[in-house]
Design a protein around this ligand. Structure first.
Ligand code: TMP
Length: 212
């Protein structure tokens, strides 16, 4: 039997990585094989593309080049990691996927959503998640999270993080619009991630339980 494909989406600062890890651990404790992956990234080549997309300075990727790098990384992750895992019956938990391209490059950067969706379908070969957890946070929370990450000097800030408040507001609204589209009905669980962590965790677990 084919496994299940769960993606985590949302603006920066919603706790995607933390909650993806918590859900993966809880699925493992029920005896499932779980593969955790992230985008851009998830395979050695795709992780190299992640480094490229974060290039800053004079030869930083243009908005179009950046879009194509995200899609190339997705194509590689799907072909080498996600599909093989699903085919052997594993559950796959992925930190960001196609909705990030539509929200950031579409609603954020202004590229045509329908064109992006077609290019994305080429990259994924038509693979779509069974469940997408949208961890929604207000723009002030994202901004504070980005600022604290930068002051700690973690992974180099990417251009997305450096983009202004207006961009991040458009991205957040974009995610909510995607969740409300009729063609996505049933796939999305929108979770208000500004609530206490235990409540957020319980809501995510309940959404995932619908796939058992
Ligand atoms: P993250 O590690 O916080 O998820 O960082 C990935 C960054 O890349 C984040 O700013 C969102 C952005 N991104 C896009 O703009 N488009 C995409 O398709 C993906 C997967 C990520």
């Amino acid at each position: 039997m084919r496994g299940r494909f769960i993606t985590f989406e949302g603006p920066e600062g919603g706790g995607k990585s933390t909650h993806a890890a918590i859900l993966a651990a809880s699925l493992r404790s029920r005896g499932m094989e779980v593969v955790e992956t992230r985008e851009p990234g998830g395979t050695p080549l795709a992780e190299r593309l992640r480094a490229l997309v974060r290039e800053n300075g004079g030869d930083a990727p243009s908005p179009a080049a950046e879009t194509l790098i995200f899609l190339a990384a997705r194509a590689q992750n799907v072909a080498r990691a996600v599909r093989p895992a699903l085919e052997r019956g594993a559950w796959v938990v992925c930190d960001r996927f196609s909705d990030s391209t539509l929200a950031y490059q579409g609603f954020g950067r202004g590229f045509d959503i329908a064109a992006l969706a077609r290019m994305d379908a080429f990259a994924t070969g038509g693979l779509a998640p069974d469940l997408t957890i949208l961890l929604d946070v207000p723009p002030e929370v994202s901004a504070a999270r980005i600022a604290s990450r930068q002051s700690r000097g973690g992974e180099a800030a990417d251009r997305m993080e450096l983009a202004g408040a207006e961009f991040h507001r458009a991205v957040r609204e974009g995610f909510l619009k995607l969740a409300a589209m009729p063609e996505n009905a049933g796939r999305f669980a929108v979770v208000d991630s500004s609530r206490p962590q235990a409540e957020v965790e319980a809501e995510i677990a309940a959404a995932a339980a619908r796939l058992f």
